[in-house]
Design a protein around this ligand. Sequence first.
Ligand code: NAP
Length: 656
Amino acid sequence: MDAGRITDGRLVARNPHAGVPFDDDDAAIAAALEDVSVPTLLCSLVHVTGDPSWIRDVALPHLPSSADFQCGLSHEEQAELRQRALPAIAAYRDAGCEPKELSLDLLVEMMSFLACRPIEGRMADMFIEDMQFEGADSRAVAWGDEVPAAARAASPVVVIGCGESGILAGIRLAQAGLPFVVVEKNPGPGGTWWENSYPGARVDVGSHQYCYSFEPAYHWSQYYCRQPELRAYFERVVEKYGLTPHCRFGTAVDAVTWDEDAAMWRVAVHGPDGTPEVLDARFVISAVGSLNLPHLPRIEGMDDFAGPSFHSSRWPADLDITGKRFALIGAGASGFQIAPSIAPEVEHLSIFQRTAQWMFPNPVYRTDVPPGELWALEHLPFYARWFRFVMTYPGISVGVAPYRFDPTYDDSDGMAISEGNALRRVQLEGWIRSVLDGRDDLIEKSIPDYPASGKRILQDDGFWLRALREPNVDLVRTGIERIVPEGVVTTDGVLHEADVICFATGFKHNDFLQPMEVTGRGGVTLREQWGDEPTAHLGVSVPNFPNLFCMYGPGTNLAHSASLFFHSEFQASLAVEAIHEVLRQGASTIEVRPEAHDTYAEWHQLEISQLVWAHPSIKHSHYKNPVGKVFTLSPWSVDHYWELTRHLQVDDYLVG
Ligand code: NAP
């Protein structure tokens, strides 16, 4: 990255989103432009030239989507715009690659151009905060003298988990100048992306939104990149922000206990050699994730199986599956990626799927970002910022409206919850039927019998469905009766012989913060207080558990849109603001008032119970608790949650 320029004798750092200056010749630029998203390019051209006519003279037929980053522009229109762009970009290059300053109003107008409708209010404010056109991390923590150095030094923080949220918490705590340690049970950072290394593991949220807002994101090699690239990303961020000395890898937290007299948390851990230790913390940030406690079904005989068997998140690094008969039990998000990835290598693959899954046809799900677009992301000013918007806005803009039951709609057959949802069924069913054309047996097995989007919708570019057609693949929808040394026996008495079994059976989503024993005021444990109904104020704070903040806590998972990075950034800011409030007041504790928590929890339940994920036709879902209620998911649009968490409402807390 370019270091910047000298202004008034000072080195001014180059805006990290302004693109790396370049000297490519016209032919190379023209070639690169063939690969770009033209609507995104037009926004970048406004930065290049300062001329708003690039966006004012073009009307986009529709919003961007992973199916069409060109927003419906015809090939001729694209070609003409690319041709016009070339001299402007060449002139920019020749003038030293300095983008023009743009007004806030114009930036919002550019958003509205891509959104094909006016963007205003909190949606505009949230995206302006996220996109950081000024080049500074808009959520960076900058405390002043109101928090004396001695107060900071006396306020150690333990962050539990060094995945996406824990790394972010560490970055914010370092900015606040607080002493902190990040305790991580794995030998390295990345959380989910450290643990899940199964064949085909990749993110199913667009990469350019599945990353920190304050980090340039021009490097992703694919639109939905694979696990090794994500793991490397987290390792890089940890290094870049100097977190390594704060991290205790290979160290698991066993118990977190509130010491009332000292107003401190005692965090019992054991390190790689098993040695127990207690860490003292004024504040604890739980960044343990919520989809990492393996759910292994209890199936008769599962310990008798003769070959290797393991959960999908524990894929053995040295496993050779070549020519093996492979039983894949479970086919949700993980199974969908595993099955087509291993089918060509194994002799036979039996996929045991209890419930059919809805999938979204995504043509770029496994596609490399083409070289020209990689060039544009790296070099054209703010192209990567606008591409993040292109990836993110369409999902956020619809919010939860398409997921809401229509009370006037007859949903008694369990197939749809509204007219729009019924239409969605038709579209998604059409995709399944088209790829499985001629295989009525597979079509019958693959069309879900619950409303579209009722479980997490999966991504498919045909990879999964085509794999089902392979001669060495069986999709088994008959229930499993037992496991025997030779394989899996289904309830129809058929033995499906296997050499290896993988349980892609998901995670205990509702069991937040387990298996740690977290004990708050008066000796109450989180497990007792929550039972099967985990709740936290804004997903972050729990009564009786002062100075404890959850990231990715109850009621915050996103089944509808956008990326959890957005939520994590909001939650980290809220937690650090709460800590600031305590230290600014010279106090020791902050705890959510029970009435504030209860009001929020009731509101959350009222909302979530009207959304598709709670529909009674969905019999099995990791979103639901044992009696079918949903405490895992957010019922808010991302911009709404941003508004709710944007500032600490001090009156909702007891500071003491
Ligand atoms: P999952 O989506 O919950 O799928 C689990 C599978 O195991 C389902 O087919 C489920 O059937 C089956 N199963 C569970 N218990 C069973 C039992 N007792 N008998 C038979 N089948 C059983 O789990 P996952 O695939 O691990 O994904 C979990 C979550 O992790 C996802 O929703 C997503 O949020 C995240 N994830 C993301 C990615 C990504 O970004 N690429 C990849 C993997 C996971 P039923 O459907 O009938 O319950």
